[in-house]
Ligand binder design. Structure first.
Ligand code: ATP
Ligand code: MG
Ligand code: FE
Length: 352
């Protein structure tokens, strides 16, 4: 199956062409991502109205480039997938409406993809990861541990009770005067810092329900920063290193309990899958390799450019659904809110 995927739920305008073979393996023919960093940098965060307008301006060109780079035309495709939510509604409308128009004009099936499901399934595009697996989804808007037993079959085991981890990285970066987006900037600054100079909290460590809490950590960094202000470059590096070390401790502990919760439900995970933008963080990746191995499984993580938002993950999720005979009507409405648990089960419950 050959699919075009369109992603416009946040501040990336992206399109890609992906192939899924019958044996379940995949390949990426093209993957064009245009980030709106410059448009939003002055505000230190994404401005929804600016994002929607930017998607309108560049999406046609991004799609044309994706098709050209893949060496295919609309007629060659088996389907057109677009992220239909969750996300900033203005951007979602732009991407989904464009996909509907292309599907109608080229007479191809439309697949309305849940953006979180796309993050959840991406590891299967670049790696062979059979169901069931434990998913750690850590992005700008989401932090969840999910038991994945099939396409469209997601059970949330735990999640954040306040900020998302990516959001905590972004807010910490902004607070310390680092460039937007904060995640990569904090990781870079942390490289030169001393993680032990500041005593920062590790919320919820050891709690059996695999939930997360990040706002206390973020506040602790702010208080330390205020206490020692004005900050030298060196102070900023130490604060970033301390913050990132706390995140790593929290994530590894919570994943240990997530693996336990999954086994308690009778599922033996084929892998621990890391997904979402924070999955690009090398310190997090390194730590989770060890947690997975200690827990009797392995870490499967897409390359960094497939962890942050992109069109290939949307095309792939579309292909996985289309391979199971699932497609959507042109009346499908864009959704600002769309939890993973409310995604249609594309795959039947395996017989007991
Ligand atoms: P969602 O998928 O929840 O709707 P989103 O689409 O904005 O949110 P992604 O694009 O998947 O999220 O990820 C972006 C987030 O990942 C940002 O918060 C960013 O700071 C964070 N991030 C990106 N690279 C890194 C990194 N190297 N270290 C830590 N965080 C990172
Ligand atoms: Mg993004
Ligand atoms: Fe995302």
């Amino acid at each position: 199956l050959l699919l075009l995927g369109i992603e416009t739920t946040c501040d990336e305008t992206a399109a890609a062409v992906v192939r899924r073979r019958e044996d379940g393996s995949g390949s990426i023919l093209s993957n064009i991502v245009l980030s709106q960093f410059d448009e939003h940098a002055a505000y230190g965060g994404v401005v929804p109205e600016i994002a929607a307008r930017a998607h309108v301006e560049v999406l046609d060109d991004v799609i044309a480039r994706a098709l050209r780079a893949a060496g295919v035309t609309l007629a060659d495709l088996n389907g057109i997938a677009a992220a239909a939510g969750p996300g900033l509604i203005g951007g979602v409308i732009v991407g989904l409406t464009t996909a509907k128009a292309l599907a109608l004009a080229a007479r191809k099936p439309l697949v309305a993809v849940n953006h979180l499901e796309a993050h959840a399934l991406t590891a299967r595009l670049t790696d062979s990861v059979p169901f069931p697996y434990l998913l750690l989804l850590v992005s700008g808007g989401h932090t969840q541990l999910v038991c994945v037993t099939g396409v469209g079959r997601y059970e949330k085991l735990g999640g954040t009770i306040d900020d998302a981890i990516g959001e905590a990285f972004d807010k910490t970066g902004k607070m310390l005067g680092l460039p937007y987006p904060g995640g990569p900037a904090v990781e870079r600054a942390a490289l030169g810092g001393d993680p032990n100079r500041f005593a920062l909290p590790r919320p919820l460590l050891g709690r059996p329900e695999p939930n997360f809490s990040l706002s206390g950590l973020k506040t602790a960094v702010r208080l330390e920063a205020l206490r020692i202000a004005p900050l030298s470059d060196h102070d900023v590096e130490d604060l970033c290193a301390g913050f990132q070390a706390a995140i790593v401790d929290v994530v590894t502990d919570r994943v240990r309990y997530g693996l336990r919760a999954m086994r308690e439900r009778g599922h033996a995970p084929s892998a621990l899958v890391l997904a979402g933008g924070v999955g690009a963080n090398q310190a997090v990746r390194r730590a989770l390799h060890k947690v997975a191995a200690d827990g009797g499984t392995r870490l499967a993580v897409p390359p960094p450019e497939l962890c942050t938002d992109n069109g290939a993950m949307i095309a792939w999720a579309g292909a996985e659904r289309l391979a199971l005979g699932r497609r959507d009507g042109l009346e499908f409405s864009p959704r600002a809110r769309w939890p993973l648990a409310e995604v249609d089960a594309a795959q039947p419950v395996p017989a007991a």
